[in-house]
Design a protein around this ligand. Structure first.
Ligand code: ATP
Ligand code: MG
Length: 394
């Protein structure tokens, strides 16, 4: 029978002092939202942890969700029994056997805690008693290892019930979604920006996305990718908003009036202006990009400074110091990599010069922009933005 009870731990929230109940409420709300949507079970609080009573057939789905909900440090699957010694011994024996179907040699440790101080055995005595029972009754090849066991059998004794949990599965850690506020991520459909969004989600942000689209030149393939990427991120944060900004008029104006070497940096400065205004309109507290130092010509210190200088919100670049291989590994773990590498050109590749400037100066960019109606272009792009809500992927 699959496990029907989960113990959920959230260590970092425990450090949050006076704000702790607020963080706990947020995490409980996220987990309850999932349980309710799937009819998967119920959650209650027990002394700084959560207990989930899961419907047996939903246990796998609950475990998968707990592995993805920011704020969950780790969780253990287990079962409930009456708070009596013999029942606990037998349940521990069964749970241990479930962890070694082939009866291979393993080491174990019992870790008992009691909230019911009237239980006849103290925690240490319970550890020793159940440990001895397992050594006497389990298949041979079992030994105790208190420091680094293969299997940790955890016993919780409460006044009306007791639980036995085995093992610990890591959650994402971090902080519950929304506790840090909302951010607007510039998502291009490539490998980097969804990983950057994920880093902010994991630190408590809800991440909405803006995608700049040159529909007349490139069609909608990249838009569909961005939508799918946001849906995958939804597995971790729930639904989010996607804004699609029409970028063709701006790109054509830059092509027609500015020096070609500056095109990409000029595109980026327009993206920043528009994203800043959109973020303010939508109540987002910062912008997020997938930029990574030195990865491409537009991501030198000089060019990032030039792009940054037109943003009037903080721009977060969580990937700035990572190596590409680390970013790819994270994208694979998130489930975004396969979508990101689907073939679909990004609008930054439109009218690309053969020698883009790698070390642009703000004065040169401003000189080029003086030939454009910057305010009008920004305003029309903002007016043309299409917004939608993207639900989490299955
Ligand atoms: P990514 O893998 O995220 O596409 P990249 O390595 O392709 O990044 P660039 O194309 O230089 O790098 O883009 C750098 C960042 O600028 C992206 O991570 C993204 O945040 C933003 N960006 C670029 N193009 C767009 C776009 N069309 N819409 C929204 N944001 C964009
Ligand atoms: Mg890109």
């Amino acid at each position: 029978m699959p496990p029907s009870v989960f113990l959920v731990r959230y260590s970092e929230i425990a450090l949050k002092g006076g704000n702790r109940p607020w963080f706990e409420d947020a995490l409980a709300r996220h987990i309850r939202g999932f349980l309710k949507a799937k009819g998967a079970g119920t959650l209650r609080r027990i002394r700084g942890r959560f207990i989930i009573d899961a419907n047996s057939e939903a246990a796998d789905a609950v475990a998968a969700a707990l592995g993805r909900i920011p704020g969950v440090q780790n969780f253990s699957a287990g079962e409930r029994c009456v708070p009596e010694l013999q029942a606990l011994r037998e349940l521990c024996l069964r749970k241990l056997a479930g962890c070694r179907p082939d009866d291979r040699p393993v080491s174990f440790r019992i870790t008992a805690t009691r909230s019911d101080k009237s239980f006849p055995l103290k925690s240490g005595e319970l550890n020793a008693d159940v440990g001895a029972y397992l050594l006497g009754h389990a298949a041979p090849g079992l030994k105790v290892n208190l420091d680094d066991p293969d299997i940790e059998v955890q016993i919780e004794v409460h006044p009306k019930e007791a639980f036995v949990f085995v093992g610990k599965t890591p959650g994402p850690g971090g902080l519950p979604v929304g506790t840090a506020g909302e951010v607007l991520c510039l998502v291009s459909g490539g490998i980097d920006s969804p990983v950057a969004a994920w880093q902010m989600i994991r630190r408590g942000c809800r991440a909405h996305a803006v995608y700049f689209e040159n529909r007349p030149f490139l069609g909608r393939a990249a838009y569909h990718k961005v939508r799918k990427l946001l849906a995958v991120l939804g597995r971790f944060q729930g639904a989010a908003r996607l804004f699609v900004a029409p970028f063709a008029e701006i790109q054509e104006a830059i092509r027609d009036h500015c020096h070609e070497a500056f095109r990409v940096v000029l595109y980026r400065r327009f993206m920043m202006r528009i994203a800043s205004a959109l973020a303010r309109r939508e109540g987002c507290l910062g912008l997020v990009t997938g930029e990574n130092l030195g990865q491409v010509a537009s991501q030198t210190l000089e060019n990032m400074h030039a792009v940054n200088s037109v943003a009037d919100l903080c721009v977060y670049r969580p990937l700035i110091g990572l190596d590409k291989l680390d970013i790819i590994a994270q994208a694979e773990a998130l489930g975004t990599y396969g979508i990101s590498i689907e073939e679909a050109p990004d609008c930054c590749a439109v009218f690309l010069p053969s020698h883009p400037v790698t070390r642009s100066r703000v004065s040169d960019l401003e000189h080029n922009e003086s030939k454009l109606d910057v305010a009008g272009l920004v305003e029309r792009c903002l007016a043309g933005i299409e917004a939608e809500v993207v639900e989490a992927a299955e």
